[in-house]
Every structure is written in structure tokens, then in C-alpha cells.
Design a protein around this ligand. Structure first.
Ligand code: ZN
Ligand code: ZN
Ligand code: ZN
Ligand code: ZN
Length: 376
């Protein structure tokens, strides 16, 4: 309803009198005194108590009684041909040839029970049903979107957790392996060091014994000593030579070997992870639910390495000696050796698939060149 609470007529005379009613003929608020005047007009104006119009849209209460084209003219006529309410000035301009131009009162007569209002009511209630159904659908979509977002995020976090757990396990395995090799090496070196130390002690004692005996003992005794120590020294010569020729144990770090142990992890298009096992030439698929499954092993696959996934979800696998590229269809039903030495595959190192250009990139000749193969 209108913002002002005062009688519009009295406000025009600079008086603020609280309105109690609304005149539907004048589209304005009226006070008690003015409402009596409006009711006595000829024909009488329809005056409605304000509490009855409180719920009504203000846009309907302030509908202008005047013509849009001629703001100083009241709407008094209705052209049936144009289905339009007009003022007297409109007729000679736009409706001079229209056959049925009638008074607005006549046109409005019986509107309450007419088909125009029932049609409008039906259309509004139809639209209400449509909007209600669209609204609840939108609510549901919002809930679905939120659920999907949460699900995807949880899934990604879960994959991350599993990949990290997997890498932690592999790291622990490699550490354990290195520790055990270290212990073997140090034990062997310590053993040799003790042998050498004890030999050095003996040799030094023998040296000083000989020096001393040369000056003091009998020739026969010295002869016996020489024979005795000759045999002993021969033993020492053998021991030391053995140590000299033995390989010095060292701990080696082979990046390629470690990489093969840390199974190569490749992010697949659907969130699954493909892993290759260098030692056993197998391809595994780790699903987002954590299950690991062997999906490919082939007699023609040796030194399995890098994995790439194309835009269709087909998987490419690098093999070495024989140098080749295997392809496994995304449903795992078909597999084939798609590229060999005849196609220029020679010492393939890494492979990668470019989704935009649909090309398979092969880092060839142990990293010295890149071959690009277009997907057909
Ligand atoms: Zn008044
Ligand atoms: Zn009035
Ligand atoms: Zn007009
Ligand atoms: Zn007309």
C-alpha cells in the first residue's frame, strides 16, 4: 500500500490528517471526513477501509487513472478492436476508424464474473505450479551440487592419502633394503680391518724378534725360527693378497633402479592411478577405493616403464629391449604393440600424451630426441 499514512486531499491543503480509507476511484488515501465527501459524489466513489487493502500490492493501488499518452486526460474509453483502455484524445489519433469504442464503465461491467478474470486466474495458478516445481528442482540441484563437490573433494583427498601411504611404504622398503646392504658391507669391511690389524701386529713382532735373535741366539735355533716364520709369513701373504684382490664394498644409488621400485605413478583421466612394476613387467590399476588390480602383462613387454593415458582413457605403456609401446584399451578388452623399432622407437625413456593435439610424445634414444606420434 502507499507509503503515506495521511489523507491525500487534506495534504494538498497542507494538512496532515491520518487516513482511514482508500478511494478506489481516485486511487488515493482519504480521511474520515473526506471519505464521506467521496461517497457522496455522483456516481458515488468506492471507498475501502485501509485495513482491507493492507495486504494489496502497492503497484495495484497506485495504478494511474490517467492516459499514458495524455497524462492530463482520464482513461474513459475502451477500444474493443485494440483491446486497450484509452482517453478521449486517443480516439482521433489512433482509433478514428475503430468500430467499437465503448465507455470504460461499460467495458468493466461484469468483470468479476467474466472470462478475462477467470482466464487470468487460471494462467496465474498454472504459472504458480510451474514456478513451484522449478523452484524445488533448483533447491534439489543446489543440494546435489554441494553433495557432488564434497564427494569429489573427499575422493581426491582419499586418492592423495593412498598415494602418499603407498609412497611411504615404498620409501620404508627402500630404506630397509639400504640398511641391510649397509650392515653387510660394514661387517665385511670391519672383518678385513681386524685381520689386517692382527697381521700388522704379528709382522711387527716377528720383525723385532728376528732382529733380536740375529744377535743373541744360536745358528740352529735361528734356522728353526726362519723355517717356522717362513711358513707363518706365507699364510699372511695369502690372507693379505686375498683382502687386496677382494672388491671394496660400496653402497650404490641407481636412480633408475629406485624409480622402478617406486612404481611410477601416473594420474589417469578418471582419478584412478596406473602403476608399473619394473621387476615383473606388469601394469596395475589402483582405483580410488584403494583396490589394486593387475591389468596387463605381456610376453613382449620387458623393462616396463612410463605410462600415459590418452583422451579416451586408453593406456600406453613403454617397454625396453625390445623397445616398443603397448596400448591397452580403456575397457582392458584390447591390447596391442602399437609402436616398435620399425616406427623409430629406440631407447624410449619417458612417454606422455598431449590431450589437446592428440599426440603421443616419446622421449627417445635415452633422452636425446623426442618422437611425436599422431593418434589415428
Ligand atoms: Zn481528508
Ligand atoms: Zn474518490
Ligand atoms: Zn490518451
Ligand atoms: Zn482502436
Amino acid at each position: 500500500m502507499a507509503d503515506s499514512k495521511f489523507c491525500a486531499g487534506c495534504q494538498r491543503s497542507d494538512e496532515d490528517i491520518t487516513a482511514v480509507s482508500w478511494c478506489s476511484d481516485c486511487s488515493e488515501l482519504v480521511c474520515k471526513a473526506c471519505s464521506r465527501v467521496h461517497k457522496r459524489m455522483s456516481p458515488p466513489h468506492k471507498v475501502i477501509p485501509t485495513q482491507e487493502i493492507q495486504q494489496l500490492s502497492s503497484s495495484l493501488l497506485t495504478l494511474s487513472k490517467n492516459c499514458d499518452n495524455h497524462p492530463d486526460q482520464k482513461i474513459a474509453l475502451y477500444c474493443c478492436q485494440h483491446d486497450k483502455a484509452v482517453c478521449k484524445s486517443c480516439v482521433p489519433v489512433s482509433h478514428q476508424n475503430c468500430k467499437s469504442v465503448i465507455s470504460i464503465e461499460k467495458a468493466a461491467r461484469g468483470v468479476k464474473d467474466g472470462t478475462a478474470i477467470s482466464d487470468l486466474e487460471r494462467r496465474i495458478s498454472n504459472l504458480c505450479q510451474v514456478t513451484e516445481s522449478r523452484r524445488s528442482q533448483s533447491e534439489k540441484t543446489l543440494v546435489d551440487l554441494d553433495e557432488s563437490r564434497t564427494k569429489i573433494k573427499t575422493r581426491v583427498s582419499e586418492i592423495k592419502r593412498k598415494v602418499i601411504a603407498h609412497l611411504d611404504t615404498l620409501e620404508a622398503e627402500i630404506h630397509k633394503d639400504i640398511d641391510s646392504k649397509y650392515t653387510n658391507c660394514t661387517e665385511s669391511v670391519s672383518r678385513n680391518r681386524n685381520i689386517i690389524q692382527s697381521s700388522a701386529d704379528s709382522l711387527s713382532t716377528w720383525k723385532s724378534d728376528i732382529n733380536s735373535l740375529k744377535q743373541h741366539t744360536s745358528e740352529v735355533h735361528l734356522f728353526q725360527v726362519v723355517k717356522f716364520l717362513d711358513a707363518k709369513t706365507y699364510q699372511k701373504e695369502l690372507e693379505i693378497r686375498e683382502i687386496q684382490t677382494a672388491t671394496v664394498p660400496i653402497l650404490k644409488y641407481h636412480p633408475s633402479e629406485s624409480e622402478s621400485k617406486i612404481k611410477k605413478l601416473v594420474r589417469a583421466w578418471d582419478g584412478d592411478v596406473y602403476c608399473t612394476d619394473f621387476d615383473n613387467n606388469k601394469l596395475f590399476l589402483v582405483s580410488s577405493d584403494g583396490t589394486e588390480r593387475e591389468i596387463y602383462i605381456s610376453p613382449g613387454l620387458e623393462e616396463v616403464g612410463d605410462v600415459a593415458v590418452d583422451d579416451c582413457g586408453d593406456v600406453y605403456l613403454r617397454g625396453c629391449s625390445p623397445d616398443n609401446i603397448h596400448k591397452i584399451s580403456n575397457d582392458e578388452q584390447k591390447h596391442d604393440i602399437v609402436l616398435t623399432a620399425d616406427d623409430g622407437i629406440n631407447g624410449p625413456f619417458c612417454i606422455s600424451y598431449n590431450n589437446e593435439t592428440k599426440e603421443l610424445l616419446v622421449l627417445n634414444e635415452y633422452g636425446r630426441s623426442i618422437n611425436i606420434y599422431k593418434k589415428t
